[in-house]
Design a protein around this ligand. Sequence first.
Ligand SMILES: Nc1ccn([C@H]2C[C@H](O)[C@@H](COP(=O)(O)OP(=O)(O)OP(=O)(O)O)O2)c(=O)n1
Length: 363
Amino acid sequence: MRQTGILPDTEIAALFESGALAVSRALDHDQIQPASLDLRLGDRAWRVRASFLPGPNSLVADKLDRLKLHEIDLANGAVLETGCVYIVPLLESLNLPAGISASANPKSSTGRLDIFTRVMTDRGQEFDKIAPGYGGPLYLEVSPRTFPIVVRTGSRLSQIRFRTGNALLTEDELAVLHRAETLVATDPPNISGGGIALSIDLSGEAGSLIGYRGKHHTGLVDVDRRAAHEVLDYWEPLYAHGAPELVLDPDEFYILVSQEAVHVPPLYAAEMTPFDPLVGEFRVHYAGFFDPGFGHSSAGGTGSRAVLEVRSHEVPFILEHGQIVGRLVYEHMLKRPKALYGVDLGSNYQAQGLKLSKHFRPT
Ligand SMILES: Nc1ccn([C@H]2C[C@H](O)[C@@H](COP(=O)(O)OP(=O)(O)OP(=O)(O)O)O2)c(=O)n1
């Protein structure tokens, strides 16, 4: 077995057995994913004045005492409003061995709803990063940006990956792996900046669907209900016409799709990182974890594209077809997961093209 890499499902289960991962309510049967664990909301949320980080000398609970405005009971479900910031203790807590660190990311379904989430730890100085050997509670900051949402105790908005050491593939290793396994359906792939570039797809015959823009002042989205919401009540479809480009209006939210089909072989996990944080005009993808098996043919995934959550800031910005918007970095798994993303798990986004979150009725 490798000594460094991302812990697969079987090793996450072992963390639970050894007490490195504790839960205040029994794990859900499908909570452990091929390379991550879904995190669940606890029984209360606090609306706070503003987002914060605890910093090296504070516990989250102490800062919460100072900043909280209102306590909300999540046991029977509650509405979280757009534009507000909430802090929610999670049902999972950690007591990691010294050699294991972790990182968190919104689930893809959460990103597709434009719900901003970040995990916080006691004495944490960064969001979504959990230091090796961390022992203590986990909290989630939640801020719905476009739709008001209904959540309850047990709702799963975020996920955590555990790793030992550093097992990132170098550009040379990516090139070799691409030759053996075809990581993206573009030849040759653009391997740069430590990853494989992903670009935006705005092509299509006049009248074909190229994306969606979130509507304002919509009804609620219940994050635990699948295929329960009408697309047109929440989204304005965008169709190709004229030049293959799209003007992003400031502060609007868009769902678009990558031009490249993406493949994550079973012994690897991938993460989408921003193309260039210095291109400040727009932000792509809040959700960045790609599971082992995503786009893998034997897991039913041939042709899977990446869904891109895009938001423009400050000024209107023209996105053009083929523009690079992100990079996929690949890491070794410590070993092959027992179940792969896709057919093994009844996953929602295998073999997807342009796809809204699972909450909307398929059109
Ligand atoms: N910006 C992103 C992030 C992820 N994915 C893909 C790759 C992931 O392997 C897959 C599922 O991601 P999550 O596990 O985060 O999503 P959910 O848990 O919401 O979906 P599922 O129930 O299918 O696991 O979605 C994507 O297309 N675009």
